[in-house]
Design a protein around this ligand. Structure first.
Ligand code: ADP
Ligand code: ADP
Length: 238
């Protein structure tokens, strides 16, 4: 069966159906673009998958296991297996790149030790490895706010990687970047997908980037999936 299965997922905010019966099967190792206009429900979909928000209806299973029933430590483990990457990078501007990446490792620890925020030699080694893999090794000791937007987003991807995720959920990761930086970030996501077998879901406005990087696209409109298939089958967005 699929790695992740969503069936009839619904999320309602007052009158608005942010998600209106979303059914989706995701296999391990896929790289999928989620396409749609602002307000289509893309961001809600990603936050439901990592359980930052709970849906009002529907089911979600991972290899047959009920993800919506997870509580406590199991829920915390699920969240770190579903690493988020945000449009605005969410780095600590004044801290070194390396420290920013190491914070991803705190998700691997039980809650209380993680709150102490102390890093080990293994944390450092994992962070350096992730940075080198994304061609960011030379930036490790710079402050996060010394980097370009595209570089900062690659640091955020390295931080996601050291969480040892099953899936990376990237919410408009290139929306504030120029074309060159957008490609560098999409290259980084393609690399973690290809070299590490991490499943990647990327919310995108650009059908062109989906075509260049994602074999499969899911198009959303008004909380519904209006297309799910090969990206070549998507009609160009105007
Ligand atoms: P997208 O990511 O495609 O831009 P969103 O998932 O952010 O779309 O939003 C889908 C719909 O749900 C929109 O109509 C939005 O206004 C609404 N929505 C999202 N989050 C909230 C919230 N916290 N409270 C109220 N409405 C929300
Ligand atoms: P909106 O009116 O909000 O743009 P649409 O229903 O037109 O919503 O769909 C959003 C995007 O989904 C489109 O720009 C297109 O890329 C894709 N799409 C929608 N329906 C199809 C379809 N039947 N075949 C291929 N792509 C589609």
């Amino acid at each position: 069966g699929p790695f992740l299965r969503l069936e009839g997922i619904t999320k309602i905010y007052g009158e608005a159906r942010a998600l209106d019966g979303v059914t989706l099967d995701i296999a391990q190792g896929e790289m999928i673009a989620v396409i749609g206009r602002s307000g289509a429900g893309k961001s809600t979909l990603l936050t439901v998958i990592n359980r930052l928000i709970d849906p009002d209806g529907g089911t979600m299973t991972c290899k047959g296991r009920d993800v919506l029933a997870l509580r406590g430590r199991d829920l915390r483990d699920w969240r770190r297996r579903c690493a988020m990457v945000f449009q605005r990078f969410n780095l600590v501007a004044r801290l070194p790149v390396l420290t920013n990446v190491m914070t991803g490792r705190l998700a691997l620890r039980p809650l209380l030790p993680s709150l102490l925020g102390l890093f080990t030699d293994e944390d450092r080694a994992a962070a350096i490895e992730a940075l080198v893999a994304l061609d960011m090794g030379a930036q490790a000791l710079k402050r996060a706010d010394e980097l370009s937007g595209g570089q900062q987003q690659r640091v955020a991807i390295a931080r996601a990687m050291v969480q040892d995720p099953y899936i990376v959920l990237a919410d408009e990761p290139v929306a504030s970047l120029d074309p060159r930086n957008s490609e560098a970030v999409m290259d980084a996501l393609a690399r973690i997908n290809r070299d590490h077998g991490i499943t990647v879901l990327i919310n995108l406005h650009s059908v062109a980037l989906a075509r260049a990087y994602c074999p499969r696209s899911v198009a959303m409109s008004a909380g519904r999936v209006v297309y799910d298939g090969p990206t070549e089958g998507l009609t160009p967005q105007v």
